[in-house]
Design a protein around this ligand. Structure first.
Ligand code: CA
Length: 335
């Protein structure tokens, strides 16, 4: 599988990237078996052909910087990074919201200073990279988007016939059966550019939705980053500080949780192994763009009688996912 990760790197995006890189390097790191892994899909080799930078948790430029730093730190300086759209299609600019800065820090990674990569982003913009890759790899290409969906929507608008060749697009976003994360009906990645989300959802492409329905039911407890920090390793200290920063925001926003959710790592885990999901709903979706419910995920009323091209994850093997996440991240902390 050829994989592009389109992320607004962000603390949980960072954890998702580390999950992926560790999973790709599991043999090298001596991880003979990833717990509970579906052997067929887990053994399928993943080729990360690029990371694209979206805006959301932070600016697209800062997201690109964080992804470059993380790729180098975890030994994947061969993976190119592409800058995506820097604001919503219908907007002229983007500013990081106070809420995002509170959760992810001013620099997007909990104000932890990552070792600085000397690399720069590629000349080609993210949407063009999606189009070129779809033409080149077709069904073998998966795109996972864990930030705003603006660059994806731009690629669909520019070259629908090329993007139609992709094997799968996985979105960390939407809230279908549960309240949103921004308000009672709007999920955060949708809220960054509802028109772009609606364009992607209505595209007829093979979509996998890993949204609020499943991301808000697995908790990483506060003892984990404390343990990483105490490990004495450089990576342990960076990951521990970053994750503890994220959890301090959750302590204010969700005081009863005593930890944090893992939205983007879950979307990554499902991208690598769909057998984690135990309950799918096949239903094409859309986003309310007008009126008081702007941002709401709802069934696409124009396609209620068509065969759906969208699968929405509604439940998954929660313990298997958490165990797998801890096994992979601990391997880097203890490296
Ligand atoms: Ca994200």
């Amino acid at each position: 599988m050829k994989l592009i990760v389109d992320c607004d790197t962000g603390i949980d995006d960072a954890l998702a990237l580390i999950y992926l890189l560790t999973s790709m390097d599991s043999a090298k790191l001596g991880l003979s078996a990833i717990p509970g892994a579906n052997t067929t899909s887990a053994n399928e080799s993943v080729d990360l052909i690029g990371v694209t930078a979206s805006f959301g948790n932070t600016t697209a430029k800062q997201s690109a910087r964080n992804s470059l730093d993380l790729l180098d730190l975890f030994g994947h300086s061969d993976v190119p990074v592409f800058l995506g759209h820097e604001h919503a299609l219908g907007a002229r600019s983007f500013e990081v919201s106070p809420g995002s800065a509170f959760i992810h820090g001013i620099n997007g990674v909990g104000d932890v200073e990552l070792p600085h990569s000397a690399r720069k982003v590629e000349q080609m913009p993210a949407d063009e990279f999606f189009i070129e890759s779809a033409r080149r790899y077709g069904k073998d290409l998966t795109i996972l988007a864990t930030g705003s969906f603006t660059s994806l929507a731009a690629a669909i608008n520019r070259a629908p016939e090329a993007i139609a060749k992709v094997g799968r697009i996985v979105l960390m976003g939407c809230a279908l059966t549960v309240p949103g994360s921004v308000n009672a009906w709007t999920e955060a990645n949708v809220s960054q550019d509802p028109e772009a989300a609606d364009t992607v959802l209505r595209s007829g492409l093979p979509l996998v939705i890993v949204g609020r329905d499943v991301t808000a039911v697995t908790r990483l407890t506060t003892d984990v980053p404390a343990r990483w920090k105490a490990s004495g390793s450089k990576v342990g200290s960076l990951l521990g500080e970053m994750t503890a920063f994220y959890q301090r925001a959750y302590a204010v926003n969700f005081p009863a949780l005593h930890g944090c959710f893992l939205p983007d790592p879950l979307a990554m885990a499902v991208t690598l192994d769909e057998s984690l999901v135990t309950n799918w709903l096949s239903r094409d979706l859309s986003i309310d763009l007008d009126g008081p419910t702007r941002g709401r995920t709802i069934a696409n009323r124009d396609r209620l009688f068509e065969a759906p091209s969208t699968r929405v994850a509604l439940d998954y093997h929660r313990d298997v996912f958490l165990n797998r996440f801890l096994t992979l991240l601990d391997a880097q902390v203890n490296r």
